[in-house]
Design a protein around this ligand. Sequence first.
Ligand SMILES: *[C@@H]1O[C@H](CO)[C@@H](O)[C@H](O)[C@H]1NC(C)=O
Ligand SMILES: *[C@@H]1O[C@H](CO)[C@@H](O)[C@H](O)[C@H]1NC(C)=O
Ligand SMILES: *[C@@H]1O[C@H](CO)[C@@H](O)[C@H](O)[C@H]1NC(C)=O
Ligand SMILES: *[C@@H]1O[C@H](CO)[C@@H](O)[C@H](O)[C@H]1NC(C)=O
Ligand SMILES: *[C@@H]1O[C@H](CO)[C@@H](O)[C@H](O)[C@H]1NC(C)=O
Length: 757
Amino acid sequence: MGTLRKKASLAVFFLLFVALCHGVTSPNKKTTYIVHVAKYQMPESFEHHGEWYASSLKSVSEKAEMLYTYENAIHGYSTRLTEEEARLLEAQDGVLAVLPETKYELHTTRTPLFLGLDKSSDLFPTSDSSSDVIIGVLDTGVWPESKSFDDTGLGPVPSTWKGTCETGTNFTASNCNRKLIGARFFAKGYEAMLGPIDVTKESKSPRDDDGHGTHTSSTAAGSVVTGAGLFGYAQGTARGMATRARIAAYKVCWIGGCFSSDILAAIDRAIHDNVNVLSMSLGGGSSDYYRDSVAIGSFAAMEKGILVSCSAGNAGPSPSSLSNVAPWITTVGAGTLDRDFPAYVSLGNGLNFSGVSLYRGNALPDSPLPFVYAGNASNATNGNLCMMGTLLPEKVAGKIVLCERGVSARVQKGAVVKAAGGLGMVLANTAANGEELVADAHLLPATAIGEKAGDAVKKYLFTDARPTVKIDFEGTKVGIQPSPVVAAFSSRGPNSLTQQILKPDLIAPGVNILAGWSRAMGPTGLAVDNRRVDFNIISGTSMSCPHVSGLAALIKSAHPEWSPAAIRSALMTTAYTAYKNGQKLQDSATGKPSTPFDHGAGHVDPVAALKPGLVYDLTPEDYLGFLCALNYTEGEIQSVARRSFQCDAGKTYSVTDLNYPSFGVVFESSTAVVKHTRFLTNVGPDASFKASVTSDSPSVKVSVVPQVLSFKEGEKKTYTVTFTSSGEAPQGGNAFGRLEWTDGKTVVGSPISITWL
Ligand SMILES: *[C@@H]1O[C@H](CO)[C@@H](O)[C@H](O)[C@H]1NC(C)=O
Ligand SMILES: *[C@@H]1O[C@H](CO)[C@@H](O)[C@H](O)[C@H]1NC(C)=O
Ligand SMILES: *[C@@H]1O[C@H](CO)[C@@H](O)[C@H](O)[C@H]1NC(C)=O
Ligand SMILES: *[C@@H]1O[C@H](CO)[C@@H](O)[C@H](O)[C@H]1NC(C)=O
Ligand SMILES: *[C@@H]1O[C@H](CO)[C@@H](O)[C@H](O)[C@H]1NC(C)=O
């Protein structure tokens, strides 16, 4: 899952097992394929493309049936075939590609205030225009009874809406209203791979039995709910980013994962239904754009004017760990809020460390308790990780246990300590997570501490004959500084598919986010957790993505004519990269300033994004030119474009000329010159903007021509940036910088990353 809960890991292993079985079974074994067809090449002998698809499929397999036919997201269908049948089908005229099914995974009271939305709510259209915007959320479905979906005060469903409220297990048409205007579910691909859905375990309907989809959709556009909180933590008013926008839920993720044929079908319907924004907090590796169903479906959505916002992934802080990097997708990383849930660890030797926790329940005794390192209380080789069945009850009973983070779910470790008779847990980070602290609603008194504190605690445990510890839970604190910091888990650049496209695009709040939850699942997502809550606090780029989806909806309502690229540009060029005191944003993985590979253009600033001054706009044709620059074959481009498209042999295409609001500069050698051309569109009044560039490396010279651009209202102007490498690459092979255009009032900023190959 895209949250930091690792509860899906069991299911993931199960699926790997299934996949392996597919690999070793007989050649007659069928699997699901997505068939991309050049619909415009339909032979004249057919009246309808459906007949043509059916006849073509029948010629390779008598019995194969279509799971879905796709009309909008791609042209084609999905079906079950043997490998041999798939090969034969791919060789047919008019068939562009036959791609195997892929599995994807799902990668707020305080956030509106933190983002400055409250103090300037008058800037945003509050009445009719913002309630015309529809956000489609592809996720685990929705818990319609959540107060976040209360429709009090909302007018009729927008006339543009073409969707529906599908019925199924424990879900009827009356579960939709003027806030949750639509709900659908897509399970054919899932069932074809894993067998019929067990309705005793999950609802075969849009109902969310997991919580993730309720959390993401209420973050994007939940109504205002007073008195929200989790066990008294983060108590206050919960509201989505676009409180008056409408929500359409598309359930594509099930206990065993989210399958590409279902995701494509959902995008297909969402386009048909007329959503304005698509929010997808899921991802699956980084296959090439023309093989990635999320990228392909998003292209079609973008062509229809739908802004697609996706999570960047939780695979940080390793470099090149991003998913969803297609340039027509808005890729969102995660930062922290200024809110924390401190729970202090004080040792018998007087040392005192700060941790975080959302534990609420029986308190520990006031006196210090005996303390033990899990690695010293286990016979297993990785006893320090507190994995299921590895702690020795005689060593932990009546004690607090120090467990280390990794492999198993954080809350699960506490359940293991509890089962072995332990009274509490201190959960220490290792190098993989550094100082990043994620608060959890633990099942026993427990707190999480950073790597440095963990090392000091271990030193004490290894040297003191009778170690003791006390944990003090202090509730909710706001005003934590510095904030935001980039979350260690947030996936990092560079973009491994196209280094010239700098990703992530920006960061938004994704740590300890409060939003609506499903009452079918406890707050920790563990089967042993039978607590039920209306709101939950969780973390992940899954949480930052719907923040941007909701903010994009607000901008869309203020500027209905803006393209998805213009809206993204506004969000990016106004994002901030420094705190109010001038210091650069920090990375919680290193405790040092973060770079554009970590935060992209910076942290979203929705109020500034309403008036960006200038935007970098892009059309669908521009993106096709980008695919030409990547030397994609005609068939590859046509799978994405869904129409006949040929790159112009007489034209020179360059990835450096895609009109992106950021710069990914790649030098092939230490003495090289790279040019990037851009054009700006003035969306403000007549103005004259001047360029300025900063860079952190003396080895690169940057020049902008022209230096000054004077615009009439609505005018477009072109400029070229020349990057010259004049010396040795700096250590690490990367440098960073920033280009700003300003008229003295508005700053239009672009991040620059420079890579020497
Ligand atoms: C069905 O939904 C209701 C909420 O309306 C919930 O209380 C109930 O537990 C659900 N039943 C199942 C089997 O999920
Ligand atoms: C540990 O430090 C925190 C913050 O400085 C303080 O609030 C808390 O009382 C301290 N705990 C002990 C036991 O000294
Ligand atoms: C506890 O574990 C540490 C690290 O594995 C080890 O160095 C130490 O000797 C152990 N202590 C005892 C008493 O076993
Ligand atoms: C763990 O190891 C100790 C010492 O070798 C042994 O006495 C004990 O039986 C083991 N316990 C388990 C549960 O394997
Ligand atoms: C595409 O092909 C051209 C001509 O062979 C080559 O110069 C260019 O580097 C290629 N581009 C990419 C992105 O591979």
